[in-house]
Design a protein around this ligand. Structure first.
Ligand code: GDP
Ligand code: IMO
Ligand code: MG
Length: 425
């Protein structure tokens, strides 16, 4: 199949810089598709219009000629989507009109958010997932239980009413169990009516549109949310999100045949960060960690929480490159390491006295001690580098060592958040 479909996926624990890379690659894309997750995402885009934190909107929203689709694999909160579009209007001076929602996308209902918060509170200390409390987990739960409400239901009042009537008694029992506010049918119909008025004309069956573009060889970008370490099947279960932010998940969530994927761009941060619970082998608890967090501005876009930070973990990223079939790496935030005299790379773990060079399951990750190799830092400003030759030799060596460990070509090296702070190799 001669296609131009590329996926952008997070290789670590999230916040690798996916939004920034999608914004760059989307400049000439016909279609950008957010294929899983909800408004738990926090994708930062800095361009000539300003700085934006996107949650549910695809990061191609700033290109007026690009069609943006929030696809079947996602869960959508129309209130936050409306808020994001309004934020863009305030900063950029216009409200984008190039976003469409597939009829099959599930809707995050008010009760999903309430349940997300209550379930998280009830989890024991040490077992907390640290969810974003956006209702993502409870919404996917209903999807799997086949009691979800989908975007297309808004367009069919009879259908919507009968589905809401059928699920309400069960939902209200759950809400009562947690001592939360219950809902009447009328209250929910009021909410869904508002959503239909705002977004009804943008709810579409995206398949004919995407298929036509795919068959005509037009450029299609699939934007992932989060990294594989939070994938519900392959990540640090149960400290995961409730969907699959992988390249395989991209096919499924966006409705793209697997063989149509051309390239898989794996976004890799030059060090590591994680928000929420679960094992994180290279975590730093000392001043080096504080320095990394502070220079890297590692605070959550969605929740504002300080992110856990650590050295680059080549074992976890190697697992991720394999699982995603990454063809090209976009290495981000190299500049954040500019002032570190020594930099460490994790190349294995010691678990129960045994050496591991592959990523084991969550339970073993919890006991893993990282094995490091240490390299000299370059101690020079890289933010103005625009060509490979502009990078200090030691920075080049660091990039090449990562390339060697991940056995995957590093095509882009990012040295700042702006569109042009990118080296193409
Ligand atoms: P995402 O969730 O994967 O899209 O990543 P986030 O937006 O949550 O976090 C990445 C942060 O790093 C954002 O604030 C970006 O503006 C910023 N960023 C991305 N690439 C670079 C880079 O190469 N250098 C620096 N200094 N900042 C970057
Ligand atoms: P981007 O797209 C970092 C984490 C939460 C929690 C777990 C499950 O910016 O990379 P959820 O709300 O999805 O049920 O939470 O996943 N998490 C993220 N961490 N960046 C994100 O998005 C995240 N979205 C969810 O902290 O541990
Ligand atoms: Mg983020």
């Amino acid at each position: 199949m001669n296609t131009n479909v590329n996926a952008v996926v997070g290789v670590q624990w999230g916040d690798e810089g996916k939004g920034r890379i999608v914004d760059y690659l989307a400049q000439d894309a016909e279609i950008v598709i957010r294929f899983q997750g909800g408004d738990n995402a926090g994708h930062t885009v800095v361009n000539e219009l300003g700085k934006f934190g996107l949650h549910i909107l695809p990061s191609g929203v700033f290109n007026k000629d690009t069609t943006n689709i929030v696809s079947a694999g996602t869960v959508v909160n129309f209130d936050t989507m409306d808020g994001e579009l309004e934020n863009i209007r305030k900063t950029a001076g216009y409200r984008p009109d190039n976003v469409y929602i597939d009829v099959r996308a599930h809707l995050i209902m008010p009760y999903h958010m309430a349940l997300d918060g209550a379930e998280e509170t009830k989890r024991a200390e040490g077992a907390k997932i640290g969810t974003t409390k956006r209702g993502v987990g409870p919404c996917y739960t209903d999807k799997a239980a086949r009691s979800g409400i989908r975007a297309g239901d808004l367009l069919d009042e009879e259908m919507l009413k009968s589905r809401l009537e059928a699920l309400l008694p069960k939902k209200n029992r759950e809400l009562e169990y947690y001592g939360l506010k219950t809902y009447t049918l009328e209250e929910l119909l009021e909410v869904t009516k508002r959503w239909k008025e705002k977004f009804g004309s943008h709810i579409i069956d995206s398949v004919p549109l995407v298929r036509k573009a795919l068959e005509e060889g037009k450029k299609i970008l699939l934007e992932g949310q989060l990294g594989i370490m939070r994938d519900n099947d392959w990540g640090i279960y149960p400290y995961t999100t409730s969907s699959n932010p992988t390249a395989a998940g991209a096919c499924n969530g966006a409705g793209i045949p697997p063989r149509a994927i051309n390239k898989v761009f794996g976004v890799v941060k030059a060090y590591s960060s994680s928000v929420g619970g679960g094992p994180f082998m290279t975590e730093l608890f000392d001043e080096t960690g504080d320095k990394l967090r502070s220079i890297g501005a590692e605070y959550g876009v969605t929740t504002g929480r300080p992110r856990r930070v650590g050295w680059f973990d080549a074992v976890a990223s190697d697992f991720s490159c394999y699982m995603n079939g990454v063809t090209d790496i976009a290495l981000t935030k190299l500049d954040i390491l500019d002032s570190f005299e020594k930099i460490k790379i994790c190349t294995g773990y010691i678990i129960d006295g045994k050496e591991y060079h592959y990523l084991p399951v969550t339970r073993l990750q919890e006991k893993a001690q990282p094995i490091y190799e240490e390299v000299d830092g370059w101690m020079e400003d890289t933010t103005k580098a625009r060509k490979w030759e502009d990078l200090p030799k030691k920075a080049q060596d660091y990039v090449l060592r990562i390339e060697e460990l991940l056995k995957t070509h590093i095509t882009y090296v990012s040295v700042g958040p702006e569109r042009d702070q990118l080296i193409v190799r």
